[in-house]
Design a protein. Structure first.
Length: 441
């Protein structure tokens, strides 16, 4: 089977590489000439575990191609995945579908023989039906079906999520489209992955509902951590206690500096906008959006309060810039709120991330870039743990403290146990736990 993937961004690259892993002939299309040139030269634009080796292997095998020529990629393709960006629309919280509709229009002109046109991008309820009408209007002679097949990829483990999914959801209206999708996903359904067929609207809503619910859990545990700090509880113990309830479980109960990335921030906003437009507002999701925005905006106040009410003239080491570990994605990362606020308050900031590099973060100015965590900590008045990289869990804390002017750690990921910290000279501030000071040891 020949498959076209429109969009060589995060979702498109992962999907294209994994579809090639199934043995299909995959053509990834992108209008960005520089990106296509980089991919054809073996330069992968994103950091994602396992993706580099997968792309290189299937390019070498001749099953994975990168091109700007949409017409030739779509011609004779039995399946065409739309995997373009759907950012938050300017002026409101709805998803901007301009790229999706542009891709659909270009696909319509290039169709040659029967194809299933599949939305892989995260799109609002009703999009698949609109695309079907759009393509039909442009090409009434074309033989095609539309399907909604949302992705459930977690950044940092996206390849594994695609190849070993919890479920595959397909919204479709014809048996022919279902059989095409069944054939595409047979390599993983044969291993037990459930394939759920439903209508367009339910498939589109499943994606938003999943992300909305998970975001709600994160917002809840963050607020619960704040309560623990006020009343003397330990969020780690509380989360463990409620997580053993089979109705709740342990996932997404780790407090942090607020969620970011390409999905949760824009998807919660888009879901809330869709619900308002439909006349069935989701007040819980709207509260989650507000709570997460507030969480990130309050990071500066947390750091400032820890350092006596002012960071002016203080040197702050920030460890971790990506919104989460195992990715280089900076979209809606807490660092984008915290670091500019520190710089504006006349703090000196030294930043280190194992993957994010200065040339990829032009948004930051006036900061020092360190090559290691220990270099960042040199002469610092405080170190802020902002991303949960495993590298930071294994730091030599005695060595780190000796490099600092003042051994203060603000751990916004709760990377360390209180027992481990008790053996160090650090004054330790974390989330949902009491402050540990040398005098208390």
């Amino acid at each position: 089977m020949k498959i076209a993937v429109i969009g060589a961004g995060y979702v498109g690259l992962v999907s294209g590489a994994c579809l090639a892993e199934f043995g299909f002939d995959v053509f990834c299309v992108d209008h960005d000439a520089a990106r296509v040139d980089d991919l054809n030269a073996g330069r992968i634009p994103i950091h994602e575990a396992g993706l580099n080796s997968l792309i290189h292997a299937h390019r070498q095998a001749g099953r994975l191609h990168f091109t700007r020529d949409l017409k030739s990629a779509v011609a004779q393709a039995e399946a065409i995945f739309i995997a373009v960006s759907t950012p938050t629309r300017r002026g409101d919280d709805a998803a901007d579908l301009a790229y999706v509709h542009k891709a659909a229009a270009e696909i319509a002109t290039a169709l040659d023989g029967y194809s299933v046109i599949i939305t892989k991008s995260t799109v609002p309820v009703g999009t698949a039906r609109k695309l079907k009408a759009q393509i039909k209007a442009l090409r009434p002679d074309a033989e095609f079906d539309v399907a909604a097949n949302p992705e459930f990829l977690r950044e940092g483990s996206a390849v594994d999520d695609f190849l070993r999914p919890d479920r595959i959801v397909v919204g479709s209206e014809t048996k022919r489209a279902q059989e095409t999708l069944r054939k595409i996903y047979q390599p993983i359904t044969a291993k037990g992955a459930p394939l759920i067929f439903t209508d367009f609207e339910s498939a589109e809503l499943i994606k938003y509902a999943a992300n909305g619910y998970l975001a709600m859990r994160l917002a809840f545990v963050n607020q619960l951590a704040d309560l623990c700090e006020k009343v003397g509880g330990d969020i780690a113990v509380v989360a463990k206690g409620i997580g053993h309830d089979k109705r709740i479980g342990h996932h997404y109960l780790q407090p942090g500096p607020g969620f970011g990335g390409s999905c949760f921030p824009k998807d919660t906003r888009a879901l809330a906008a869709t619900a308002r437009e439909a006349g069935a507002p989701l007040s819980l999701i709207e509260a989650v959006v507000r709570a997460n925005d507030r969480r990130k905006s309050e990071l500066f106040a947390r750091v400032t309060e820890t350092l006596g009410g002012s960071v002016a003239g203080k040197r702050i080491a920030v460890l971790g810039l990506a919104f989460k570990a195992d990715t280089d994605d900076m979209r809606d990362a807490p660092a984008l709120d915290l670091i500019p606020a520190l710089v504006a308050a006349k703090a000196s900031v030294a930043a280190y991330d194992p993957v994010v590099r200065p040339n990829g973060t032009a948004v930051f100015s006036g900061i020092d870039w360190a090559k290691t965590a220990y270099d960042a900590a040199k002469g610092a008045d405080a170190v802020v743990m902002l991303t949960e990289w495993n590298e930071f869990r294994g730091l030599d804390l005695s060595k780190l403290a000796k490099r600092m002017r003042s051994a203060v750690m603000i751990d916004l990921r709760n990377l360390y146990s209180t027992a481990d910290i008790a053996k160090t000279p650090f004054i330790y501030h974390s989330l949902g736990r009491q402050v540990i000071t040398p005098a208390c040891k």
